[in-house]
Write a protein that binds this ligand. Structure first.
Ligand SMILES: C[S@@+](CC[C@H](N)C(=O)[O-])C[C@H]1O[C@@H](n2cnc3c(N)ncnc32)[C@H](O)[C@@H]1O
Length: 474
């Protein structure tokens, strides 16, 4: 059945060649009443019951400061969307029907453009002038919000995030770095960054490993006037001291591996913005862009340091995985890795972490792992196996959650390390661009708290293993 639906799947006016052919007045599914009913349902399901007041004003206008309240803002995102241009599409038509009702709002021929806080080069002399306009205006608007907010309450700001904005050297897209710089320059400090899922779940699945939180909420407060300047090395030292605990808190709060890179910016920027400035060696103030790169670097250091806490076999497997994934390669490199960890090549094969391919070696693919495996009867138990077996069980849907929880129940003290390894493997797979693998580990880390809960409800995990047919190791 045809249905007339919204034209705007995204904020653009693309040339489309489809047109609506549904009979708008058919009184059947797909007619205009269906569309209106859907809209009405949305309105009636909205939780707001107290009437609100809407006011149209320029955010950079200092007159706005006289209101004191709780502020939550969804400002423009650098050069992402030209709202004023898009609004004209509606404005010119609405003007005809609504000008007599709202004469002030519709007194113009088109919407105002000059005050719009976006960095569009075509409205300015150059890209640099556009950037300066955005930065100054945003700083002014944010400073106004800071003054208007209640001192005891944080101010929340939404920022739409795109996968492409996470560069290899950290989260350093011009939009993101400029925006954070404006937040800092306006006298605010960042208290936290919360990833928000604002896309529909079917879209996220469509995006595969790019199923990243599409928005991020910055939680900000006023920086105390008494805050001091610190040096670059003080900044690095404080990051190294504070980020490990922050990462643990985020994991405990069930932040997915896929959302970790943005989430860790919160505590990192929290350190940076709590000081009046961070001084470089030449006494110049450090930019937000540099701070973001350093936060990312320290985060990687912390992740790498974690590797040494795993058992030796898992460390070798991690190093091999980061280079070759599940590919078969000559054993020479594996011998070197094993020697460095003071273990023998044969122990890697015996533990079934690796497969012996006669002169070559391969990390045992999940589909080749022996079914019916139990961590309690494995004489050479490794964290690597714990993760791969649980992933296989969930992936192959053999016994599903229940079977996976039974494995977790038998892991004892390796449980926490296994979850940490899932986060680590997600990061490696993402950096390598192995989307399918990244999805497996993201799902695993997300599922882990549920598996632990189910595991705690199993009275005797050894007594009732799930019977499965064991595939042969090839
Ligand atoms: C990210 S959008 C907010 C979208 C909104 N949350 C919604 O769901 O419709 C940013 C908004 O900021 C507005 N804006 C841009 N410059 C502004 C300015 N100088 N003063 C006030 N609002 C401005 C834009 O018109 C746009 O509506």
């Amino acid at each position: 059945m045809d249905q007339s639906i919204a034209t705007f799947g995204r904020q653009a006016l693309p040339m489309v060649w489809d047109y609506s052919e549904a009979n708008a007045f058919s009184l059947m599914a797909g007619d205009i009443y269906t569309t209106i009913r859907t809209l009405v349902r949305t309105l009636s399901d909205l939780p707001a019951e107290v009437p609100g007041i809407i006011k149209n004003a320029n955010a950079t206008d200092q007159d706005n400061n006289k209101f004191l309240g709780l502020i939550s803002s969804d400002p423009p995102y650098y050069d992402n969307i030209g709202y004023a241009d898009l609004s004209d599409f509606f404005y010119v038509w609405m003007r005809k029907s609504l000008a007599s009702i709202w004469p002030n709002l519709f007194r113009r021929l088109t919407t105002p453009k000059n005050e719009e806080l976006i960095a569009t080069p075509y409205r300015h002399a150059s890209k640099d002038v556009a950037e300066t306009f955005f930065m100054q205006g945003m700083k002014q608007a944010l400073a106004g919000m800071r003054k208007a907010t209640i001192a005891s309450e944080p101010l929340t700001i939404y920022y739409a995030f795109k996968q492409s904005e996470i560069a290899a050297d950290g989260v350093t897209s011009p939009g993101w770095a400029s925006f954070l710089q404006a937040v800092f320059d306006s006298g605010m400090m960042v208290d936290g960054t919360w990833p928000l899922r604002t896309e529909l779940s079917n879209r996220m699945i469509g995006h595969g490993a790019n199923a990243l939180a599409s928005s991020i909420v910055l939680v900000c407060r006023s920086r105390p006037e008494t805050s001091e300047a610190i040096t670059r090395s003080d900044f690095l030292r404080t990051l190294r001291r504070e980020l490990p605990a922050a990462r643990e808190r985020l994991r405990a709060d069930k932040v997915s591996p896929v959302d970790m890179p943005q989430s860790i910016i919160g505590p990192g920027m929290g350190v940076f913005t709590r000081y009046a400035s961070v001084l470089e060696d030449d006494d110049n103030a450090m930019s937000v862009r540099t701070a973001l790169a350093l936060i990312n670097r320290v985060w990687e250091e912390i992740e790498n340091a974690l590797d040494t806490e795993f058992d030796a076999e898992t460390q070798v497997a991690l190093a091999w995985y980061a280079s070759h994934g599940f590919d078969t390669r000559p054993s020479g490199e594996l011998i070197t890795l094993a020697n460095a960890k003071n273990i023998s090549l044969s122990s890697l094969f015996q533990s079934e972490v690796f497969l012996d391919r006669r002169g070559k070696a391969q990390l045992t693919p999940r589909e080749n792992l022996p079914a019916g495996w139990s961590p309690q009867t494995d004489g050479t138990l490794t964290v690597w196996e714990c993760v791969q077996h649980v992933a296989r069980t969930l992936e192959a849907k053999q016994g599903g959650q229940e079977a996976a929880a039974r494995l977790v129940a038998g892991m004892g003290e390796k449980t926490e390390a296994a979850r940490a390894l899932a986060y680590r493997l997600f990061q490696i797979a993402t950096d390598k661009g192995w989307s399918a693998e990244a999805l497996v580990y993201n799902a695993l880390a997300d599922e882990w708290p549920t598996l632990e809960r189910l595991a705690s409800e199993i009275p005797n995990p050894v007594a009732s293993p799930v019977a499965e047919e064991t595939p042969r190791l090839l």
